[in-house]
Design a protein around this ligand. Sequence first.
Ligand code: FE2
Length: 204
Amino acid sequence: MTEQTYDLHAFARDARHALARQRQEDAARRIKEHLESFLRHPSLVETYVKGEHIPTGNVIYKDPDFGFMVLVHFFPKPMKSPPHDHGPCWVCYGVYRQSTDMGVYRRRDDGSRPEYCDLEESEHFTLLEGQARAFLPYDIHHIQQHQPGAVVVRVTGRDLELVERRTFQPDSHRVIITRPRERSWEDGGNGSATPDAAPRQAAS
Ligand SMILES: [Fe+2]
């Protein structure tokens, strides 16, 4: 690590600064830029991930005041998550190794029926190494890894196990609600793993 390396300490400091001074949405966009700086860390995994590289997320930082978390996700196999939101949390995704495809959805219905949805994909893009994207509260998106070995750094506004989230099934128009501290569809890496249910380590 060189003197100029933007490390986890610097990232947490700058994220805290943004959250203390800006509206949540503006802070999330600023934190996305800081995350892109952190993704340039030459030995991020070796420095911060100790022990097992679990697909559902290795928590490397939890802020004691603002509650945001930094997680490193490993994808040993290709996977595609269903469309989902993160409830009232903002989230930033950044690619450290390989690339990640993402889709963003808009609702054609008004959302008034809790278990019904009518979605259309409104945006599709690929994040390359070093790139990040911020999602605001209730944004609906999916992620997809085409190649094995991707590493994604994710910053969540708070512990996602503490908030209600939704998973969407566009073909059947169903909405699956994940209550706080429940799990719906993460399974730890058998091809449908997702980083969106925080791991047990995150909740403890
Ligand atoms: Fe997500």
